[in-house]
Design a binder for this molecule. Sequence first.
Ligand code: HXC
Length: 260
Amino acid sequence: MSYENLLVEREENLAIVTINRPKVLNALNGDVIRELGLVADELEGDDSVRVVIITGSGEKAFVAGADIAFMSKLSPMEAMRFARLGQAVMRKIENLSKPVIAAINGFALGGGNELAMSCDIRVASERAKFGQPEVQLGIIAGFGGTQRLTRLVNPGLAKEILYTADQYDAETAHKMGLVNHVVPAEELLNFCKGMAKRIAARGPVAVSLTKEAINAGLEMDLDKAIGVEADLFGLSFTTEDRKEGIAAFLEKRKPAFQNK
Ligand code: HXC
């Protein structure tokens, strides 16, 4: 499929999705959000893709937030629908059956930081800047920021970020636990591809079940969550990948997983 606002490249088992509106720092309007939903569906249904990387076009921005010009024309009901649409798309990305890495190449503000937080793993370039500037516009975060930020960093820190609208450099975001790694700008994509390829070489069903256990468990108490883990552990024993993975270890060779 081709998209107006996204570039989608394949490299071995990886898909790299680039949000491509550099003139407005890759700001998210309704069309971009809808296309992100479509690409998520496309990649979900493509068994040849094992890991997805999301990044932004140009050197300046990952995503500088929801498109402010677009939002300036929304009625309250349209604004609510826009928030719900973005939330549904980000939830879809969060619950994709394969890992998603955000390669944060510049500004990740407002909806951009919210998109990054819906990914499994965040890697920042040294040039990246983070923040939730919505209250500066007299509005609030609407793509899950008030909830995911609170879960990702501690609630006090999340409140400070959301109340002050301050911007944070990549090192500070790393110290807060918002990003896993900070790397030089020119190494960002290769670093993410390296990690994605290591993940793609592992048992794909097992990686997917691991993601499912973690995501489901985050919404349960520990007793229920470890119950889900045990169920999915048992399920992993039904797979061809488990046979192959264990046989390869015992035969001292590399496994050739088939994703089944
Ligand atoms: C629309 C945007 C934009 C945005 C930048 N641009 N961010 N357009 N929506 N979010 C446009 C600018 O208008 C400008 O267009 C061009 O991109 C380059 O940006 P500049 O401001 O000239 O660049 P710079 O001076 O380097 O400043 C970069 C910046 C600043 C600090 C990122 O652009 C900025 O503060 N942007 C807004 C960030 C923001 O508030 N994000 C949160 C939005 S609310 P022209 O035509 O002048 O060249 C949100 C809510 C999510 O995300 C939930 C929704 C439900």
